[in-house]
Ligand binder design. Structure first.
Ligand SMILES: Nc1ncnc2c1ncn2[C@@H]1O[C@H](COP(=O)(O)OP(=O)(O)O)[C@@H](O)[C@H]1O
Ligand SMILES: [Mg+2]
Length: 355
């Protein structure tokens, strides 16, 4: 059962279509990531769901109720932004209490709910501090406590972690997930960070130029993207292009690439194959041959980047570069300039329409 639904929502600013006929069902209690490059319409969609802005056409449904005409304060939404504007002259506890105070709740019940919310974000001991006495991560927790203390039906998060440095961001990702699970609130999380979307969400919707171009669980999109755009935007991908053969493509030099996943392309036209760098096996051309895996290409290592637990090989083949990702498990490394053979299976190959 979807808790929040947007149906055929469009929103233009002047001649610019910020959202173009977008429909998404956000599952009840789920963690949904809206992913897309800057300017793709993510914030616009979140603002429409919150009620800060209104669609030109289409419906927004929360619970079972169409809320297009419901003002923001009546939608029972909690929101956290990248720039979590806390009131600088108020204590942490008063910041969190703000939404309850304006509702006119009793002092005792406000104090109890604020304490619960601060405990939930693990700031129970810091209620008396001012925002400037907190770290960036702690301030973001206060913003989160303030958003959930009013017991909203939906939590909307607009790039809430992007102002934090990398290590803190990873901590907060884990923390945010824990809190979301604990209270089971339907959450819509906007990010342009594909790793964040992959690791945190139950479902991902990818926006591009105001359109929803891909939708589904992270693993499904990662394993069988429908377009070159989503293949390269969510994770890393090699894109090979050629003539469609029905079950794959034929490259310009005649090499056939076979794919077992993806759209069934008619022969005659152009098509692409996407292959994840970690799915490709690499060996020096002089080594004993690898067990054949269906797809095979030859090339030369032009560059190798060592990244501690893994290495990335850049393999040149007729002016194109194929990336191969290898775990550094102690096997002898392959030097730059070596001729290599690349192998991967049809199951690791996704056939997609040409861009
Ligand atoms: N109030 C507005 N007035 C004019 N253009 C806007 C307004 N809000 C957003 N836009 C435009 O709509 C597009 C989508 O913006 P936005 O939803 O903020 O993107 P994102 O959050 O994905 O980066 C952008 O081209 C942006 O410039
Ligand atoms: Mg935005």
């Amino acid at each position: 059962m979807a808790d929040v639904q947007v149906e055929s929502v469009s929103r233009s600013f002047g001649a610019h279509k910020a959202l173009d006929d977008v429909s998404i069902a956000f599952p009840d209690g789920g963690f949904y990531a809206l992913l897309g490059p800057s300017g793709s319409g993510k914030t616009t969609l979140l603002r429409l769901i919150a009620g800060f802005d209104f669609p030109d056409s289409g419906r927004i449904i929360i619970g079972r109720e169409g809320v297009e005409r419901v003002p923001v304060e009546k939608r029972r939404i909690g929101m956290v932004f990248q720039n979590y504007a806390l009131f600088p002259n108020m204590s942490v506890a008063d910041n969190v209490a703000f939404g309850l105070s304006v509702r006119g709740e009793s002092k005792a019940s406000i104090a109890r709910e604020v304490r619960q919310a601060l405990d939930l974000v693990q700031l129970g001991k810091l209620g008396e501090r001012r925002p400037h006495q907190l770290s960036g991560g702690q301030r973001q927790r206060v913003a989160l406590a303030r958003a959930i203390v009013t017991k909203p039906r939906v939590l909307l998060l607009d790039e809430p972690l992007s102002a934090l440095d990398k290590a803190l961001r990873v901590d907060m990702q884990v923390e945010l997930k824990r809190i979301q699970r604990e209270i089971g609130i339907t959450t819509i999380f906007v990010t342009h960070d594909q790793e964040e979307a992959l690791t945190m969400s139950d479902r991902i919707g990818i926006l591009r130029d105001g359109r929803l171009v891909e939708e589904g669980p992270p693993e499904d999109i990662y394993n069988s993207p429908k377009s070159e755009f989503s293949a390269t935007f969510l994770g890393d991908a090699n894109i090979l292009r050629g003539d469609a053969t029905g079950d794959g493509i034929r490259l310009s030099d005649g090499t056939a690439i076979v794919a077992s996943g993806g759209v069934a392309n008619a022969t005659g036209g152009k098509a692409s194959c996407a292959v994840r760098p970690e799915r490709i096996k690499i060996a020096t051309a002089t080594a004993s041959p690898l067990a054949a895996e269906g797809n095979m290409l030859r090339g030369r290592v032009s560059k190798r980047i060592f990244a501690g637990n893994s290495s990335t090989y850049f393999v040149d083949r007729m002016g194109e570069v194929i990336k191969v990702h290898v775990q550094n498990s102690g096997a002898t490394k392959i030097e730059e300039g070596n001729d290599v053979v690349l192998h991967w299976s049809p199951e690791s190959t996704v056939l997609i329409s040409a861009a």
